[in-house]
Design a protein around this ligand. Structure first.
Ligand code: G6P
Length: 511
């Protein structure tokens, strides 16, 4: 435990991710534009008044409190605002504004770089590949080359900040090549670690990865490589075995020896800041809840279902809508009594697959609503509005059933957030068995196969008709698990691994 509470990092922490934890916009620039469903707060930083967006969901919201505690550095893409509030040419800024807990270093990437690195190799190749949608891969010329160039820029930025005692901790699939580059440029003894937040595909799928060998080599520059679940860790090792013949894989100890280095591969499922969601949910404002329901034309006393996702083809939103349609076909008695609120956050909209997916979701909502709606009720309330963390907690607490139905999802933090915010203890979670979260929560959630429309509709029925004592019993166990495996315990596990690998290296060096 560190002096400020919470797990302590063995060394100075440098987090590296594509997304930055804060976006700054000047007041006179008007309200911030859409971000990834972020929480928003106003703060005064140094001499300027700015609005700060804190992206919620995904990994940035989760890691921010940790870096705050460690007084570290975070390196990320500046997302087109590198010239905001920057005092030196290294684009460093102290965040959060007013608190100045850590240094955020932003990389300013050209439009062409973003198009190829972010909208290209990251999200047109690695994202569909790792989620098992190889047919959606678009391998455009130059994308990999730009991906490499941008990874190099991240690696150079890391080298500027890395000291011998540094722990460099990379996040996710945007940065697969950087670990090897970093390894080659930082002092010996520096720990290089990586957490891969999305699934890892099977070898037959991975075979379709352009420059797949380079991706594996890049990741094997790490001392530690983490996944959410065992299956992804094992698949990674299988891919190395299959596609990198000069690597030596020890499947039992989950280690790989390659090019003079050794990478330890671990499965450490991420959790959420459960106490924070619990606290926020307990202090919801009833007037705000009433406003929100009125805004979406939802009757105050309805039984409420909730879905909350980025508008992404992996999230299984059309499949969920189909199950809701089936549910109303089979249960006409619930018409007028049950409303499903779907909040969807537009995402990666430069990519046509995402545009088409958004169109499909919106038209399905309309079609189903037209089919069942009455003069004063619609089955589905749909919004793409920005919602603050407080609003989200308000909805989490009010919803009787949360539906999380991805076709595949590395973890899914929304499912865990909902459980943490279900402070009344009598709500139900309907959860896809294709999510990382299912390993922890599946036994006490209502499990669904997202593409089995009949089975899915039957579980919705079960969720809504479940006796209160049964709902309480299940939620009680879910809450225990989410609180036990929370963000802090995940961080402690990561830091323990960093420490352990450093000690092992120390012993090897000494011997
Ligand atoms: C997933 C990824 C994250 C990513 C987030 C939002 O959770 O694992 O790395 O930041 O989606 O996507 P975006 O493309 O907006 O960053």
């Amino acid at each position: 435990e560190s002096a400020t509470g919470g797990p302590s990092c063995p060394g100075s922490l440098i987090v590296v991710s594509n997304r930055q934890p804060y976006r700054h916009e000047y007041d006179d620039a008007g309200p911030p534009t859409e971000t990834d469903g972020g929480a928003r707060s106003s703060a005064t930083a140094q001499t300027r008044s700015i609005t700060v967006d804190e992206p919620t969901g995904g990994l940035t919201a989760g890691l921010d409190p940790v870096v705050k505690r460690t007084d570290g550095t975070w390196i990320a893409w500046g997302d087109g605002e590198a010239d905001f509030d920057v005092t030196d040419d290294r684009n460093c800024v102290a965040v959060p504004p007013g608190e100045e807990d850590y240094t955020l270093r932003r990389l300013d990437l050209s439009e062409e770089a973003v198009d190829s690195y972010y909208y290209g190799f990251s999200n047109r190749v690695l994202w569909p590949l790792c989620h098992g949608f190889p047919d959606l891969i678009e391998d455009r010329s130059n994308d990999f080359e730009w991906y490499r160039t941008v990874n190099e820029r991240f690696a150079d930025a890391v080298a500027d900040h890395a000291t011998a005692d540094a722990v460099i901790w990379l996040q996710d699939y945007h940065l697969a090549l950087a670990p090897r580059m970093i390894r080659e440029s930082v002092p010996a003894g520096t720990t290089v670690a990586h957490f891969w937040h999305i699934p890892w595909p099977s070898p037959p799928t991975f075979r379709q990865c352009p420059a797949g060998g380079r991706v594996l080599e890049g990741l094997l520059g790490n001392d530690l490589l983490g996944f959410h679940v065992e299956q992804y860790a094992d698949r990674f090792l299988e891919c190395v075995d299959r596609f990198l013949p000069t690597a030596t894989v020890d499947h039992e100890r989950r280690t790989v020896r390659y090019d003079g280095g050794r990478t330890r591969v671990v499965a450490t499922p991420m959790g959420v800041d459960a106490a924070a969601y619990d606290r926020d949910a307990r202090s919801v404002d009833p007037d705000r809840l009433a406003d929100l329901l009125a805004e979406y034309d939802i009757a105050p006393d309805t039984t409420l279902g909730l879905g909350l996702d980025r508008l992404d083809y992996t999230k299984g939103i059309p499949e969920r809508l189909a199950a809701i349609e089936r549910f109303f076909e089979r249960n006409p008695g619930w018409r007028g009594e049950f409303t499903f609120l779907q909040k969807a956050t537009p995402s990666r909209t430069d990519i046509e697959t995402y545009q088409r997916h958004g169109d499909l979701v919106r038209s399905e909502v309309q079609r189903i609503n037209r089919r069942f709606e009455t003069a004063d009720w619609r089955p589905i309330a749909y919004t793409e509005d920005y919602l603050s963390t407080d609003d989200i907690c308000t909805l989490y607490r009010r919803a009787d059933a949360m539906v999380v139905s991805p076709l595949v999802d590395g973890m899914n933090l929304v499912a865990q957030e909902y459980v943490a915010a279900s402070v009344d203890g009598d709500d139900t979670l309907v959860l896809s068995d294709r999510t990382g979260a299912h390993e922890r929560l599946g036994s006490h959630a209502l499990t669904i196969d997202p593409i089995d429309t009949d089975g899915f509709a039957a579980q919705l029925e079960a969720a809504l008709s479940m006796p209160a004592h049964e709902r309480r019993r299940r939620m009680n166990t879910l809450r225990q698990r989410v609180f036990t495996g929370d963000l802090e315990s995940w961080m402690a596990t990561q830091f323990d691994w960093f420490r352990r690998l450093r000690d092992e290296r120390g012993r090897t060096d000494a011997g």
